[in-house]
Design a protein around this ligand. Structure first.
Ligand code: ZN
Length: 442
């Protein structure tokens, strides 16, 4: 299959973006935003660079349609998480092409989508395609640290520039091989993000005379109780649909076993024995709220037993759940002695999967892979969709890419060492995104 004429230029733009170190913190997204703005200006479009903090520009551009249809927003964040340079096979900011892959921090999370989206606009502009709706592109800062200088800033301060009926962004359009079937998840929902602090108190003392009332030991026991077992199972509508549709396409016995994930008694043994290890944590995260203790603090001096110890906990909530319901589930595990405070509570987002645009996305994927099965999907993580949703936008994760079956554990590329995108898969994905957008807008 020959690729779209704009696929190769999109790849060059991706390489250029990967060479800009936008590690957040501090972000420094401006050079990446400028790089895209120059391409838009060169094609006669009028990009806007907008920032909340110096050095942290967002780039927004609109391709005008002639029709009265409500706009479509294509969106990607330009910042990346830190890379531990010495743990990588190749330098993470050199855009190395090796073994058919383009390596770099941000290759899949998610400068590939920024490059693809920008060039979809440029292709539609160059070809003079008559659009029945505007297509907006927003390349945003600061997603990896909570979106305050990026999508949230745009929604709060420049809503008219980014308001759209639908948005396409993170995470979806990647192959998910389960048994003999290749699925194409399209994100329709994401879990909520709740930050908790657990505090244990105890008696102070001298390190030379340990006693039984130590805050550190109480906190450690509480965290062990959280880490050792899953929180209660809850089946929510988007997950029910995902598992039901995945199961329907499987051969026996998986066809019969997977639905057992939807029942409290049978889910744990199925997770532990029937789901392959590389998919287990991802499936488990769809079926329960989760907590990860990430930042621990206690003590100032090595010879002083501290009187309190704290853990910051990254909590993720299912649709219908809140910080308060999560705190109750945590309370049941850690006991009454541990203080629990809710520091922040971002609700889950759930969008309908039975819309005309979802149908277009699924059809476009089916054309590109006649044996593949598009499925609506909930991610356990967090994206800019939370901000766009505040403008009433229906957000789908659709950043199409593919790679040879079994070559990588896709979910491990996110924030992992050796993040990379398959070169041919990127060129292919560009065509899928282009066709889906064109179909929706003409
Ligand atoms: Zn991301």
């Amino acid at each position: 299959m020959t690729h779209h004429a704009h696929a190769a230029p999109a790849l060059e733009t991706l390489k250029a973006l990967l060479r800009v170190d936008t590690t957040n913190p501090p972000g420094n997204e401006t050079p990446a935003a400028q790089l895209l703005a120059e391409r838009f200006s060169g094609a006669g479009l009028e990009p806007r660079l907008l920032h909340k903090e110096p050095g942290r520009d967002n780039v927004v551009v609109r391709l005008k349609g002639q029709g009265a249809g409500p706009p479509l927003l294509l969106t990607a964040h330009l910042d990346v998480v830190p890379a531990e340079r010495d743990r990588w096979t190749v330098p993470p900011f050199d855009a190395v092409v090796q073994d058919g892959w383009l390596w770099g921090r941000g290759a899949i999370d998610m400068k590939h989508m920024a490059a693809m989206s920008a060039h979809v606009l440029l292709a539609l502009q160059e070809e003079g395609v008559a659009l029945k709706r505007d297509v907006i592109f927003a390349g945003v800062a600061d997603e990896e640290a909570g979106c305050a200088a990026g999508s949230r800033f745009l929604v709060d301060q420049h809503a008219d520039l980014v308001r759209a009926e639908y948005a396409l962004g993170e995470v979806g359009g990647f192959p998910l091989d389960i048994g003999p079937v290749r699925y194409w998840p399209i994100q329709v929902a994401e879990k909520g993000a709740v930050r908790l602090t657990l505090t244990a108190r105890g008696d102070p003392g001298h390190g030379s005379m340990p006693h039984g009332q130590q805050a550190v030991l109480r906190l450690a026991a509480a965290l062990a109780s959280l880490g050792g077992a899953r929180l209660p199972l809850h089946v929510t509508p988007p997950v029910y649909r995902f598992i039901a549709e995945v199961a329907r396409r499987q051969p026996i016995p998986a066809k019969l076993v997977l639905p057992l994930l939807l029942h409290e008694k049978t889910a744990p043994p199925v997770l532990d024995r029937a789901i392959p290890p590389h998919l287990r944590d991802g499936f488990a995260a769809l079926l329960a709220d989760t907590v990860s203790a990430t930042v621990l603090r206690a003590g100032e001096r090595v010879n002083v037993i501290p009187s309190f110890a704290t853990a910051q906990v990254d909590g993720r909530t299912l649709p219908g759940h809140t910080g308060a319901t999560l705190a109750e589930e945590v309370r049941d595990r850690v006991g009454a002695e541990i203080e629990i405070t809710i520091d922040s509570d971002e609700p889950p987002t759930v969008f309908p999967a039975d819309t005309p645009l979802f149908t277009v996305l699924a059809e476009t994927l089916r054309e590109a892979d006649p044996n593949g099965v598009p499925v609506p999907y909930m991610i356990p993580g967090y994206t800019d969709a939370k901000a766009w949703a505040r403008l009433g936008t229906t957000c789908y994760g659709f950043a199409p890419t593919r790679f040879p079956a079994g070559s990588v554990a896709f979910n491990k590329l996110y924030h992992g060492h050796d993040e990379r995108v398959h070169v041919d898969g990127f060129l292919w994905g560009f065509g899928v995104l282009y066709r889906a957008v064109k179909r929706w807008c003409t």
